[in-house]
Design a protein around this ligand. Sequence first.
Ligand SMILES: NC(=O)c1ccc[n+]([C@@H]2O[C@H](COP(=O)([O-])OP(=O)(O)OC[C@H]3O[C@@H](n4cnc5c(N)ncnc54)[C@H](O)[C@@H]3O)[C@@H](O)[C@H]2O)c1
Length: 146
Amino acid sequence: MKTVALILDSKRDRTVYTISPEASVLEAVQRMAERGVGALLVMQGEKIVGIITERDYARKMILKGRSSNETPVCDIMTSPVMYVRPRQTNEECMKLMTENRLRHLPVMDGEKLIGLISIGDLVKDIISEQQFIIEQLEHYIMGQRA
Ligand SMILES: NC(=O)c1ccc[n+]([C@@H]2O[C@H](COP(=O)([O-])OP(=O)(O)OC[C@H]3O[C@@H](n4cnc5c(N)ncnc54)[C@H](O)[C@@H]3O)[C@@H](O)[C@H]2O)c1
């Protein structure tokens, strides 16, 4: 089972996309669309104060008929934010996500934010690990037949 550090290494880009708590929800949604991500960490300087996701937008804005231009991010963000450490495993992250109904986890090394992983990153990692095992087994079976 891979560690969070290795999963982060396999991401194309380590940049964590963020927004300030005072920004409007409209700006947050625009940034998510521009960056092709489903969540933004809400940062006050170096400190994580929340997370805003597509789900927050769907449930707390659209369903309630609120104006995304007039609502600040801090009104609908989720806080506090659960995080993981680089040495934790894929399995531990999956458990945290399933039990707490989360799709994104920031990665903290001490006090420093070093990345973010999503449920898609974990699934992609599990699929590639299974693919590797299948290929190894196929090689083994072919070797037995030869
Ligand atoms: N092929 C791949 O490499 C890959 C990896 C992850 C997700 N996906 C696909 O993307 C879709 C949605 O994925 P999801 O539900 O995991 O969530 P998502 O759309 O939020 O995440 C997509 C990717 O963006 C990254 N990301 C999200 N928010 C970020 C942020 N604030 N800062 C930095 N990176 C951030 C994630 O780590 C992930 O790699 C799914 O269809 C999934 O299959 C593909």
